[in-house]
Design a protein around this ligand. Structure first.
Ligand code: ZN
Length: 612
């Protein structure tokens, strides 16, 4: 038994939480006023049976460790110590074998980093890369500080170097530095070595080592070398390993830590070179996410050092969408967020090189995110026109709905009401209805045009969450859906993927899933969805259990609705393509598109009959 399981088996969640808040019995469960947000009627709920808690108001939830971390403001390790003492459990030293393995992995990565550095600084091929980097404005000092390197061309350079240093192929493979031969997906005709199952992941690439907060190298981001094989992905990152977790690592955090702490602010930029260039320009608090969008875990790490995030992303269409998403997350996690506006067409690295003063002042003058959105939206529309008023409201309410802080919410609602000259209560109602819908919406409900004014999360997403909820609460639904339904069309959802792959192993049990899930984000999502599917806040504000007579039918209905929505999007897209094809008199394309349209349309009318 692990220490964590041992502690959990000795402590009852009701006793632990009862030491901090007043719990009241509510049926098989317990409830309380939530200690993490302001409320008058209790929506904080504890399941003694599952030994987890969840708040329907602020959506926080977890087990005893999560609760103690949150309420005492502790790191996991500290919460573990505290609860171990309470439970009378003597913590085992961290598994010595595992610790040794981890050290070995870090040792290999350190060695590989030195190998890549040497190739950059001491070989003719590396010399060219040095010139390229310096042209991009990265000076020699930064190249050394950030330990940039070069992975030479060839299949086994890194592998052979590390083998000679006495590491086994198996150990090296665990670091993510190698690719297993038979796992390669493409039928590349390139020469591959026959003597080993592995070859180097990084070949002819500029290496940006990624370090953790303790300055240990845990992975790499590798850019294709100038003049190299441009048909390959521009950036290749290390895969997830025992030491490298994309959702938790910020590129540059090892060097930015002190700068962030001193300023209380973190500057978040887009890419590795932006980070290095910004540091060079004197912005010592700069980091970037690497190979993923901003995650809640990233924000947790940032919150340890800072109270404010300044975002500096490209503001092209894709960039703006990503920025919006990240900002919504900051709103939810209640960390201040500012938007840095760069002169159009410029990125941070470029400015840092050509005009560092301008970059520093752009960062200095960053606007609070909501102010930025207000400016952007009012610049885009004419607030005197009714149609535009609707659009303004739609776009801004969507952002406001993500604010976790009620005071801020009310401040911006008031401002919006004044600006477009609409009664504030109307906006408050719209906002309430919208957040309620996002919580209780069911797909069979026919939403009136008006209430559809905005959807905080996509319909397909909501339906998928619904389906997951049904599977988590009813283990027979989980089993049946897995065994009898076609799930191949469902858009990728990390939690659902785990449930599909491991359903049998977990015996279709929510408890088993929670015990065995490795990714904290998926775990807390599973807990949240479970609670919100099993319970709801009734009209009298009591928590009541949701009783479904035919959960399996409901699940099938969700699946059909997901398919229906996907088809609908497809049909939309095809008609747009058709318009273009017709405009261009492209008969061939029109014919293909028409056939496709008819086929899907037929499927849709069948589905439509089944759904209703
Ligand atoms: Zn709460």
């Amino acid at each position: 038994m692990s220490d964590i399981d041992d502690i959990k088996s000795r402590l009852n969640i009701v006793d632990v939480l009862g030491g901090y808040i007043r719990l009241e019995k509510a049926g098989a469960n317990w409830r309380a006023n939530c200690p993490f947000h302001n409320e008058k009627s209790p929506s904080f709920m504890v399941s003694e049976d599952k030994q987890i808690w969840h708040c329907f108001g602020c959506q926080k939830g977890g087990d005893i460790f999560g609760f103690v971390m949150e309420i005492e403001g502790l790191e996991f390790r500290e919460a573990l110590n505290l609860l171990a003492e309470k439970a009378g459990v003597e913590l085992k030293k961290v598994n010595p074998k595992q610790a040794a393995e981890k050290n070995r992995t870090l040792e290999i990565l350190e060695m590989a980093t030195k190998f890549y550095q040497a190739h950059l600084l001491q070989t003719p091929a590396g010399k060219k890369i040095m010139e390229y980097l310096q042209e991009r404005g990265i000076n020699e000092e930064s190249i050394k500080d950030f330990r940039l390197g070069y992975a030479p061309n060839g299949w086994k350079n890194t592998l052979n170097f590390l083998l000679k240093k006495g590491f086994s192929e198996n150990e090296i493979a665990k670091t993510g530095l190698l690719v297993e031969k038979n796992r390669q997906e493409t039928n590349s005709t390139n020469y591959q070595p026959q003597t080993t199952n592995y070859y180097d992941r990084f070949r002819d690439r500029i290496i940006f080592p990624i370090a953790d907060t303790n300055d240990k190298i845990v992975g790499y981001s590798a850019r294709v070398a100038p003049g190299g094989d441009e048909s390959q992905a521009k950036y290749v990152n290390s895969p997830e390993t025992e030491v490298y977790h994309k959702s938790k690592i910020l590129y540059g955090i090892n060097r930015a830590k002190n700068g962030i702490r001193q300023s209380g602010t973190v500057l978040l930029v887009e890419g590795n070179t932006d980070v290095i260039a910004s540091h060079q320009a004197g912005l010592a608090n700069t980091v970037a996410v690497s190979g993923t969008a901003l995650t809640p875990e990233h924000i947790n790490i940032i919150k340890r050092y800072a109270t404010d995030i300044r975002m500096c992303f490209d503001m092209d269409n894709a960039g703006e969408l990503a920025t919006k998403k990240s900002i919504k997350l900051c709103f939810e996690k209640e960390i201040n967020v500012h938007v840095v506006q760069l002169p159009s067409g410029k990125d941070a690295a470029e400015l840092a090189k050509n005009n560092p003063e301008l970059l520093r002042s752009a960062v200095e003058n960053a606007k609070p995110a909501m102010e930025y959105f207000f400016n952007a939206v009012f610049a885009k529309y004419n607030k005197e026109k009714v149609e535009d008023k609707k659009k303004i409201t739609q776009e801004l309410l969507e952002m406001i709905s993500y604010l976790a802080n009620e005071i801020e919410k009310s401040h911006w609602l008031k401002k919006l009401a004044t600006e477009i000259d609409v009664n504030e209560n109307t906006l408050t109602d719209m906002l309430k209805r919208a957040s309620l819908e996002s919580r209780v919406v069911t797909p069979s409900q026919d939403l009136s045009q008006e209430s559809k004014i905005f959807a905080p999360s996509g319909k397909i997403e909501t339906l998928t969450t619904d389906l997951i909820g049904l599977m988590l609460v009813y283990s027979n639904v989980w089993k049946e859906v897995l065994e009898k339904e076609n799930l191949s069309f469902i858009p990728k959802d990390s939690l659902l993927i785990i449930m599909i792959q491991k359903g049998r192993e977990f015996r279709f049990s929510f408890d088993e899933l929670i015990k065995n899930i490795d990714v904290p984000f998926d775990k807390s999502r599973a807990e949240k969805i479970y609670f919100e599917s099993r319970y709801r806040v009734g009209l009298d504000n009591e928590l009541e259990e949701v009783i479904l007579e035919h959960p399996l039918l409901e699940a099938k209905n969700r699946l059909q609705n997901i398919k229906y929505e996907i088809n609908k999007n497809l049909l939309d897209k095809i008609s747009k393509d058709l318009d273009v094809a017709k405009k261009n008199s492209d008969k061939e394309a029109v014919k293909i598109l028409m056939e496709e349209y008819t086929k899907i349309n037929k499927e849709q009318s069948l589905l439509n009959k089944e759904i209703n």
